[in-house]
Unconditional design. Structure first.
Length: 227
């Protein structure tokens, strides 16, 4: 159930919650420092957007949908809160189907800006009622090479595992977590012995460090979500 775009190597200066989590997860902190230094050395900052998005109304709609999506995902695992979350996801789903159909996948940075692309990805990631939609978007990302970095490798990892789990298959990277006996644990993994090798190939931190960070960012519910 749980997978988070927070557990990536984004700058800790931009994310106080991530910085606090890393303070309690030394392995993850070392990984993030190494990645931040490598990015600084290579000067790989995303290119500045030089033109206004060509679809500003769509960008505004995506950002508002993202705001509402995050508002209901506030760590409350009660049945009432889960009901609100599922109702909002159901409300957003027809809009995301239409957006994906009109753009043959996610809209581009040129169309909705970098934040609009991130919002669109998040809304697809949470479209669990339509695994076919998630799989279609994942397929377009694979074919387009994630459109030259418009969607991060980390986001591809999360969506890949989401699609596999939705299709009843073991996940590849271990990003999908569930609460079990008071802690977050990965859902079944296809090759547990090789998962950290696969994660390293996608510039992901070791699975144990990922779980540590997720545990700090998202307190484990005392009862199963929705109960």
């Amino acid at each position: 159930m749980l997978a988070t775009a927070h557990t990536t190597a984004a700058s800790t200066q931009d994310d106080p919650a991530m910085a606090a989590a890393l303070a309690k997860c030394p392995g993850a902190a070392a990984f993030v420092r190494t990645q931040e230094q490598a990015k600084a050395d290579a000067a790989t900052a995303p290119p500045a957007e030089t033109a206004a998005p060509s679809e500003p109304a769509l960008r505004a709609r995506l950002l508002e949908m993202e705001r509402l999506d995050q508002q209901v995902r506030n760590g409350d695992w009660s049945q009432a809160a889960m009901g609100k979350m599922l109702a909002l996801d159901a409300e957003h789903l027809p809009q995301m189907r239409r957006i994906v159909a009109e753009h043959d996948g996610l809209p581009s940075v040129a169309q909705v800006g970098r934040d609009g692309v991130a919002a669109a990805w998040l809304l697809v990631q949470h479209a669990d009622a339509d695994p076919a939609l998630q799989e279609r978007v994942l397929g377009t990302l694979t074919r387009q090479g994630a459109r030259r970095g418009e969607v991060s490798v980390h986001q591809q990892v999360l969506l890949t595992d989401r699609v596999l789990v939705a299709n009843g298959k073991p996940q590849r990277y271990g990003s999908q977590l569930v609460p079990e006996q008071g802690r977050w644990v990965p859902k079944p993994i296809a090759d547990p012995a090789q998962v950290d090798v696969l994660r390293a190939g996608m510039d992901e931190m070791p699975l144990a460090d990922y779980v540590c960070v997720a545990t700090q960012l998202f307190p484990v519910p005392s009862t199963p979500p929705g109960s």
